[in-house]
Design a protein around this ligand. Structure first.
Ligand code: AMP
Length: 396
């Protein structure tokens, strides 16, 4: 496995540790409505503080164009303090005097959160002068924000060239899990890819077919593949203009010895609505005025069997319109079965992407997977096989 410098490689005592974290939590009425991301970074913060480092948190929040009070990290810092059970001081700017003064006041083991890095447009430009301003504030840089690692921004990448750079514990866990899934996985490896569209996942599919032994394609994107093979898919969501792309991906899979597992039947309805009457049809009998909203019962059984055959599973995207019962069935059966196999120690299961995490939560099994990535874009880019700048810079 590629080696990354971690907190095991540095003595943080007495050091000013610039710690890049993901504090981009959902807020409702000024309060954090889901603290998952705060819980994920807590171990790294607490470890550095317990070892006597001065923890200086860097993070972005939202997509502000310049300074904007609604995107202040101040309320998030207060919520974080509750999660880590330590005081979290706050500085109104991430560079300049406000930051320097707040850092000068820190004792070993204290925690400080600096204001939203994106209040400076130089952050996203990875501007060298801005990087230098940030670097002045710390002795070392620790990156614990895998979810922002696909961006080469000042606080997510630039600092790694200016200061000694280390992976935080959350980053380390994410990299370990991803390595087990696609880096040096137990074989056979299967991927399940679903979701609405092929167009957003072409790179991902092209990369996966070269890495996995079997690729299950479900969801709306499967319709495009079925259409490309001449199946009449009625009014189903599909990108018919991508038929050639779908066929190219299938050819590439064949050349790479990757079995493509497409639906063999479909659960259809005449309305895209929860609880609308549903019918199972073979692929030769889909009514022209209906739409495919989930994989059918035989396809569900095939996915179940494919999970049984696998030692490693990588999953992104629901295999049906899982927000609408009963069209969640294929996704729920696959999720629960993968969780069972994981609990029985027969499967390493790694899943990621917003809708996938929501689907696993809906199935009540997110905690039973080997690893569930809360990183959206970075997880997808990793599945696409692209180098992530914020990870590259941590390589030993
Ligand atoms: P994505 O964000 O690309 O992973 O797509 C997830 C969305 O795809 C979810 O909102 C699902 O409801 C939707 N989806 C999955 N299967 C289908 C389908 N057969 N028809 C329409 N939408 C679907």
């Amino acid at each position: 496995m590629t080696k990354f410098r971690t907190l095991d490689d540095v003595d943080v005592k007495g050091k000013r540790v610039l710690l890049r974290v993901d504090l981009n939590v959902p807020m409702e009425n000024g309060h954090v409505s889901d603290a998952t991301r705060l819980e994920r970074v807590a171990p790294t913060i607490n470890e550095i503080a317990d070892k006597g480092g001065k923890v200086i948190l860097l993070a972005h929040f939202g997509r502000p164009k310049g300074r904007d009070a609604k995107d202040s990290l101040k309320p998030v810092a207060a919520a974080l303090s509750q999660v880590i059970k330590r005081p979290v001081a706050f500085a109104d700017d991430c560079i300049g005097e406000p930051a320097a003064n707040a850092i000068a006041a820190l004792k070993d083991g204290d925690v400080l959160c600096l204001e939203n890095t994106r209040f400076h447009k130089e952050e996203e430009k990875n501007d060298p002068a801005f990087v230098a301003e940030l670097a002045k504030l710390g002795d070392i840089w620790v990156n614990d924000a895998f979810s922002a690692a696909h961006r080469a921004h000042a606080s997510t990448e630039g600092l790694g060239h200016k200061l000694p750079a280390y992976a935080g514990r959350t980053m380390q866990a994410e990299l370990d899990a991803l390595d087990k899934a696609l880096g040096r996985p137990a074989k056979p490896v299967i991927a399940i890819v679903g979701g609405a569209k092929v167009s957003t996942k072409i790179d991902l599919l092209e990369n996966l077919v070269t890495k996995v032994d079997a690729l299950v394609i479900g969801g709306g994107m499967a319709n495009t593949f079925l259409h490309a093979q001449g199946v009449q898919i009625g009014k189903s969501l599909a990108e018919k203009d991508l038929a050639a792309t779908a066929l190219r991906i299938m050819d590439k899979a064949e050349a790479a010895n990757c079995a493509i597992i497409l639906p063999v039947d479909a659960t259809v309805s005449f309305h895209f609505a929860a609880n609308s009457p549903s019918f199972a049809y073979g692929l030769d009998a889909i009514p022209p005025d209906s739409m495919i909203l989930d994989v059918g019962p035989q396809s569900t059984a095939r996915i179940h069997a494919a999970i049984d055959d696998a030692a490693t599973l990588v999953w992104n995207g629901p295999v049906g319109a899982f927000e609408l019962t009963p069209f969640d069935r294929g996704t729920m059966v696959a999720a629960k079965h993968a969780a069972e196999r994981t609990k029985a120690k027969k499967l390493i299961s790694v899943a990621g992407g917003g809708d996938t995490v929501a689907a696993l939560n809906q199935a009540g099994v997110a905690g039973d997977f080997s690893y569930v990535s809360t990183a959206g874009g970075a997880f997808l880019e990793w599945m696409e096989g692209k180098p992530l700048p914020g990870v590259e810079v941590l390589k030993a």
